[in-house]
Design a binder for this molecule. Sequence first.
Ligand SMILES: Nc1ncnc2c1ncn2[C@@H]1O[C@H](COP(=O)(O)OP(=O)(O)OP(=O)(O)O)[C@@H](O)[C@H]1O
Ligand code: SF4
Ligand SMILES: [Mg+2]
Length: 338
Amino acid sequence: MTTTVQSNPPAIEVRDLVVRYGGGRRAMKTPPAVDGVCFDIAPGETLGLVGESGSGKSTIGKALLGLQPPTEGTIWLHGKDVTTASLKERRTLASELRVVFQDPYSSLNPARRIGQTLAESLRLIGIKGDAARARAITTLESVGLPSDSIDRFPSQFSGGQRQRIAIARALVRDPNVLVLDEPVSALDLSTQAQVLNLLADLRDEHKLAYLFIAHDLGVVRFLAHRVVVLYRGQVMESGPVEDVTSRPRHPYSVALTAAAPVPRPAEQIDRRAHREALSVGSASTAPPDPKGCPFASRCPLADGQCHAERPMLRLIGGQRVACHHAEQVGVTWPPPPN
Ligand SMILES: Nc1ncnc2c1ncn2[C@@H]1O[C@H](COP(=O)(O)OP(=O)(O)OP(=O)(O)O)[C@@H](O)[C@H]1O
Ligand code: SF4
Ligand SMILES: [Mg+2]
C-alpha cells in the first residue's frame, strides 16, 4: 500500500497535451488520440493512468519518451521543455526518462546476452568496458538477479525474471522518471506481486517518478499515489488513488471500478452482475459528439445538457471530475449491489 508523497517540485509536468496521429486535413477530422491532458508527477511519486483499450494511455507514454511528437501542449522534465529540445538535448533526456513495456519476451533481443543489452545502453552515455560491466552487475543485483545473469540469454529466464531484466535495462542509466506501460500485465498473479513490490522498493530508494499505465485498477491501487482516468484521450477524473477507487465520482470510473478483477471468484460474479446492472455500454468506435460529453453515448445519466455541452474538469472533494452530474454519482446512482 502506498503513502502520500509530500509536494516536491514535479519531475514531469504535462500541460494541455494533444496528440494526433497522421497528418493533413484527414487527421484533423478524426478525434485526437490524446486531447488536452494535464498532470504532474513528483520525484518518488507514482501516477496511475487507467482507461480501456484505445483510450490513449500508451500515446501519452510515447509523447513523454519523444517517440510520438505532441500536436499541441508542453512536457517539462525537471523544468526543461522536452517538446522543443534539440536532438542533442533529447539524447541527454533519454537517459533521464526510461520505459518498461508490457512484454518482456519481445522487448529483449533473444540473440544478445543480458550483459550486451545493458552495455549497449551504457555505451550511448560513454560508459564502456569494465565500468559498464560493473554497473550492469550492480543494476542486475538491485532488481534481484544474480550477477552471472550478465552472461546468459533472455531464453534462459522466466517471464518474471525477464521483466526484472527489462527494469534493469531501464535503470542502468540512472533515470529520474520511468514510464511503465502495463509492466505486469503479461505475468501471473504471484509474479505480478513480486515485480510490483520490486518497483515500489526501487521507486522509494531512488526517488523515481513513475507514470504507471495499467488496465487493472487493483495493481494501480497497489502502486500509485494518484490516478488519472482516461476515456477517448480525455481526462474523466483524477485524484488520490484511494479516493478515486473507493469513491469514484465519474460514471466511467464507476464502471471501471466495477470491472476491476478481484481475487475471490464469488465476489467476481457479484461484481460482474453489478456492472451489468449499471447499464454502461461497451466501447463504441463511433466518433464522440464533438460538442458534448465523450461518454454520453454510454452513460446511463446522460441528458440533454450532456449531449450539448462538454463538461470541464472541476474539483469535487479532492478529485477533479469532468461530469455535469458528478454530485449524483454515489448518491442517487448507481444502484447498490444486491
Ligand atoms: N501509430 C498509430 N497510428 C495511428 N493511430 C494510432 C497509432 N497508435 C495508436 N493509435 C490510435 O490512438 C488511440 C490511442 O491508442 P493507444 O495505443 O494510446 O491506447 P491505449 O490506451 O494504450 O490502449 P491499450 O490499452 O490497448 O494499450 C487508438 O484509437 C489507437 O487506434
Ligand atoms: S457529463 Fe453526462 S454523459 Fe458525461 S459522464 Fe456525466 S452524466 Fe454521463
Ligand atoms: Mg497501450
